[in-house]
Design a protein around this ligand. Sequence first.
Ligand SMILES: Nc1ncnc2c1ncn2[C@@H]1O[C@H](COP(=O)(O)OP(=O)(O)O)[C@@H](O)[C@H]1O
Ligand SMILES: [Mg+2]
Length: 350
Amino acid sequence: MALQVRNLTPKQLSFRLALGVAFLCGLVGTGVWLLNSPFSFLFTFLLFVGSLLSSYFIFLWGIKHFIDRKIRLIYKTIHNLKVGLKKDNQQLDMSQDIFGKIREEVIEWDKHNRKEIERLTDQEKYRREFLGNVSHELKTPIFSIQGYILTLLEGGLEDKKINRDFLLKAEKSINRMIEMVDDLDEIAKLESNRMQLNFQRFDLSELCKEVIESTEYKAKKKKIKVRLANNTKPTFVKADPSRISQVITNLVMNSINYGKENGETRIKFYDMDENILVEVSDNGRGISEEHLPRLFERFYRVDKGRSRADGGSGLGLAIVKHIIEAHKQTINVRSVLGEGSVFSFTLKKA
Ligand SMILES: Nc1ncnc2c1ncn2[C@@H]1O[C@H](COP(=O)(O)OP(=O)(O)O)[C@@H](O)[C@H]1O
Ligand SMILES: [Mg+2]
């Protein structure tokens, strides 16, 4: 019975209830008529029809009003859930098409939730990848150090030729670990926007000369010449000098690490309207096209084994990109395998 009532439309329900009321009225009218009262049959009939019609419309209005109130309540609840309960005192325009509004809000809410789920899934994937990469990268130097120590313990310590050599190698691995931990710290800061940039007006030529000087030792070892192409006039930019020094150092170090012996690295500036374009180019081993889109990703290396031996943590270019983007500028790479690479980024003129 309850189920039957639930399946009725408001009109059907009103009609049934009105029929009940009219029947009762008719019954009373008939009783009074049969008792020979002044009521006639016609009056009883009119009473029946009149009560049927009037109670039908009264019930219909009542039920519609009841449903309407419930729907508005649902709408209000959905809206409050969407905007957050703290804002529930805000005014809601309930005057028009509530069904349309509910539909709109539910669709919008669903879209928002899907986006949020996607974002959290991406974040979780990123976190897992990052942890996996970090532990993998740290294992390499840790196992090397363990190997050197075991060799020393198993007799190498007494051998003068071996002990110094192995201790030096262990120290090199420890330095690599320190470098990697520093890079990780740096990237964590950059990715959580905790890096404070100290914008200043400075001469980019001077800064590049300092970088060339500081990388000279490494360059000489590989017989690579690093030079500043247009070093005659000062070139002023507005940026964080220590961060830009880090960017140029990373790019120059890469050009040395992945350069050919007797090669050349060139730093050149180009004057653009509001910016200075800085190019660091080399004639080293180059990078094939398929690797270029992923080059600035964390831990991405073209030739995994070789780069790990030659280079650093695999975080260098990711840090470089973050720094340039923190300056609201862009960085690009062009390269031809076997011929060389060009890394270029922009800085605001000052
Ligand atoms: N100048 C370059 N020439 C050739 N390959 C490069 C150059 N710079 C970077 N790469 C490639 O890009 C990879 C990522 O560089 P980077 O993020 O600095 O990491 P790392 O130098 O620690 O390996 C390197 O491993 C190397 O394969
Ligand atoms: Mg590097």
